[in-house]
Design a protein around this ligand. Structure first.
Ligand code: SF4
Ligand code: SF4
Length: 432
């Protein structure tokens, strides 16, 4: 909900969607005939020294761990039973390389029992080996116990959602109380971390209270639920530019992921359904629960959403989500919303220059001189943007793009710059 100041001098107040406590359970989306799992690793079978472990025609069971190369610790968990119909390269946002594993779904479902046998005694190694690809997408740092990872002493569970119009974490808090409590117990046991905090909206305090974590209320005004804002407002720690929350000893994990960890160890099966909001062109929102890997076009057909030539499909929320260009794109462990915008109503991104109106500076919670930053980003001068104009202080809230009168895609420039600088520093570290 957006409330603008009557006299137009104050910042607009943008409030999160508060989950209606009487909301019914998400509609379970029927299993589609084909799912596609995106492995976070480039497909380069001819350049790799290690043997390729998967091939077309291989049969897989629900819950089976699939790695592409021998010795690789990158994997996906199959959300269905069936046979692999193709393995191919897949380009994600900013040209990130993935491998798409398409599976034709069999009529009869068979559960993989490997995790079940191990789940009786929860350990960090088992969690790391099997629970990275679960609904809610836990961060790698949650399960890393290696010497190279920063030392974490606090876990913050987000019972709030990081963008507007999304309710997946609130729903987990409301309906998966027992699983979350189990997940909190498991996390304490396998990490040894006692300082576990549940960041919850005020109307779900009671539900958050049974989790076994310390409960803190998060403000209802955007962008209060973003990790760096929670660090500042709730933990009283400011994350310096260029540092991560993990480097400050704090790991953020979604309530949905904690519920999935609890369910996995409770039942011996790895959860495979992702909760998400489908927001249609008329603004109508439906909460559904679909298997990871379900192509978005199947969800559109089931809910009578027709996609026309200039319509926009966004994965994620309205402030921070990203457009996708194929209706065959699959639901991922972190897909919390699909927004469909009618091409006729779109506020199109333009190539107008910045007119120095200052709106972006006034609204930026990190107090960045966005008007100057954007000039360097447009020119591809990323290092100068980082050194002189505070690129790394950005909390990626998207408010600057939202208010920009020239409709500049500022957040996307910022994300691209951070991605490119990250690539350069990784390449330099590898060469060194
Ligand atoms: S996305 Fe824009 S408004 Fe938000 S912190 Fe970054 S620069 Fe500031
Ligand atoms: S809101 Fe847009 S046009 Fe205005 S100063 Fe910022 S970047 Fe420039």
């Amino acid at each position: 909900m957006i409330k603008r100041s009557f006299i137009g001098l104050a910042k607009p107040r943008i409030e999160y969607e508060a989950l209606d406590l009487t909301v019914p359970e998400p509609r379970i989306f029927p299993t589609s005939k084909k799912v596609t799992l995106l492995l976070n690793q480039a497909y380069e079978p001819f350049g790799k020294k290690n043997a390729v472990l998967l091939k077309k025609g291989d049969t897989v069971k629900t819950g089976q761990k699939l790695s592409l190369y021998e010795g690789s610790d990158v994997y996906v968990i199959s959300s269905v039973t069936g046979s692999i119909s193709s393995i191919s390269p897949f380009l994600g946002e900013f040209g990130r390389s993935y491998t798409a594993i398409a599976i034709d779904v069999a009529e009869d479902e068979e559960m993989d029992e490997q995790f079940k046998a191990l789940s009786v005694e929860p350990t960090m190694d088992i969690a790391k080996e099997y629970l990275s690809f679960i609904p809610g997408n836990p961060p790698a740092s949650l399960f890393s116990s290696g010497d190279t990872s920063p030392s974490i002493d606090t876990i913050v569970i987000c019972g709030v959602d990081c963008d507007l119009l999304i309710t997946a974490n609130q729903h987990a808090l409301l309906s998966d109380e027992k699983a979350i409590a189990k997940g909190v117990g498991i996390l304490k046991h396998i990490t040894g971390i006692e300082n576990i905090i549940m960041a919850a909206p005020e109307h779900l305090m009671q539900n958050a209270g049974v989790s076994g974590a310390q409960v803190r209320v998060v403000d209802a005004e955007y962008p209060a639920t973003l990790p760096r804002m929670i660090m500042q407002d709730i933990l009283g720690k400011t994350v310096p530019a260029g540092k991560t929350c993990e480097e400050m000893g704090v790991c953020f994990v979604s309530a949905e992921a904690v519920a999935a960890i609890g369910m996995a160890f409770d039942q011996g099966y790895i959860p495979r359904y992702k909760k998400l909001n489908l927001i249609k062109k008329d603004g109508d929102s439906v909460m559904i629960s679909a298997r990871i890997g379900t192509p978005v076009h199947e969800i559109f057909s089931a809910y009578d959403v027709t996609i026309n030539e200039k319509d926009r499909i966004i994965l994620g929320g309205p402030m921070t989500g990203s457009s996708i260009y194929s209706e065959h794109h699959p639901i991922q462990p972190d897909t919390s919303a699909i927004i469909v915008q009618d091409g006729r109503d779109l506020a199109l991104v333009s190539d107008y220059p910045c007119i120095n109106c200052g709106e972006c500076i006034r609204i930026c919670p990190a107090k960045i001189p966005v008007n100057m930053l954007v000039r360097f980003l447009e020119a591809g001068k990323y290092e100068e943007a980082a050194e002189e104009y505070d690129l790394y202080s950005c909390v990626e809230c998207g408010l600057c793009s939202f208010v920009c009168v020239s409709r500049m895609p500022i957040l996307h420039y910022i994300k691209l710059a951070k991605y490119e600088l990250g690539r350069i520093s990784t390449a330099e570290a590898t060469n060194a």
